[in-house]
Write a protein that binds this ligand. Sequence first.
Ligand SMILES: NC(=O)c1ccc[n+]([C@@H]2O[C@H](COP(=O)([O-])OP(=O)(O)OC[C@H]3O[C@@H](n4cnc5c(N)ncnc54)[C@H](OP(=O)(O)O)[C@@H]3O)[C@@H](O)[C@H]2O)c1
Length: 303
Amino acid sequence: MWGAIYDLRAPEGVRVARRPKPRGVVVRVVAAGMNPVDAKFVVGDKISCCAERIANGHGVGFDFSGVTESGDAVFGILGPFQGSVSEFVRISPSQVAPKPKSLSFVEAAALPVCGLTSLALRGERVLVIGASGGVGHLAVQVAVARGAAVTGISSSRNSEFVKSLGATPVAYDGNDFHLEGPFDAVLDTVHSSDPRDCDYREIVRGARYVTTGGHFSDWFKAGVKKLTGISLFPKDRELFWIDPFRAANGLRELADLADTRGLKPHVSEVLPFTDEGLRAAFKQLRSRRTVGKIVIQVSDPRS
Ligand SMILES: NC(=O)c1ccc[n+]([C@@H]2O[C@H](COP(=O)([O-])OP(=O)(O)OC[C@H]3O[C@@H](n4cnc5c(N)ncnc54)[C@H](OP(=O)(O)O)[C@@H]3O)[C@@H](O)[C@H]2O)c1
C-alpha cells in the first residue's frame, strides 16, 4: 500500500512511498486532515537537534476518516508517526468513533486534533486567540454551542469569517485593537516559542489561560500532567496537550456537536494524495495562514 512518509532530503521533507499494509483492525482511509504539527516534525519544533533521526522514514499525519472492513464509516486520530496519510491505517477502539452523519468524509477528517483541542475551552465569557485557524475556528463553534459569549482574535482579513462562526471579532492588526473583557477563559492557539508571536497573557489577567504551544519547560509540565495527572503549572495557566490514545469519548462528543448543534469544520483546501499535494499542504501549514483546515483526499468514499 501507499503512505506519506517523512524524507528530509525530499522537497518540504515529505513524499509518498510504498509501505507495508498494517495488520489488525484496519480502516481504508478516505481523507486525512493536516495539522501544523505534521510540518513541524520536519523542522524539529520541540527537539530541533533530533528532527532527522526521529521523523525520517516514519508516517505522516494524525487525523483520518474512512471505512472499516465491516463497512462502518469512522473518524479518528493516530499517535505520532503512525501516519494517517495512508491508504490503510490500523486503529484501536480508544482512537476512533463513528463518523458524524452530518459531515462529509473530508469534513470529518478535519475534526480530530483541532476539535479535541477545542474541547479544552470551558467558560461563559471566553476569548479565542487565533480564531480563524484550525483549532480556533472549531473552538469558537464549540464554545458558542455550549452557550458561551465568545470573542475571537484574528487578522482583519478574517474578521468576517470569525463573525460568521458566532464570535465577536477583534482584529489584532486593526487601528482600534480593543478587548471587551473580562473573560473567564482564554484559549491561545498563537502563543509559542517563536519570538515573533505577540504574548497576550498580560492583556487577559484573571482568566483561566490555556495555550496550545509554549516553551520547552511548558511542554515538560504538560507531559508530566498527561502521564501522572499532577499539574506543575501555576494556577489558572496551562499548556493543553492532546492525548491521541484516549480520544474516543472526545471524538463522540465532537460527532454529537456536529450532528445536533451544527459544528462544522471549514475546509479551505482539499489536496490530492500525491507528492505535490503533500508538499503544497506542508508549505501552507508552515505559512501559519490557513483559514480553517486543509485535508488530503486519499481515496474515493464510493470505491
Ligand atoms: N498542544 C496540542 O495538543 C495542540 C493541538 C493542536 C494544535 N496545536 C498547536 O496550536 C497551534 C495552532 O494550531 P492551528 O491548527 O489552529 O494552526 P493554524 O491553522 O495554522 O492557525 C493559526 C492561526 O493563528 C493566526 N496567527 C498566525 N500567526 C499569528 C501571529 N503572529 N499573531 C496572531 N495570530 C497569528 C492565523 O490567523 P490570521 O491569519 O487570521 O492571523 C492562523 O489562522 C499550532 O502551533 C499547533 O501546532 C497544539
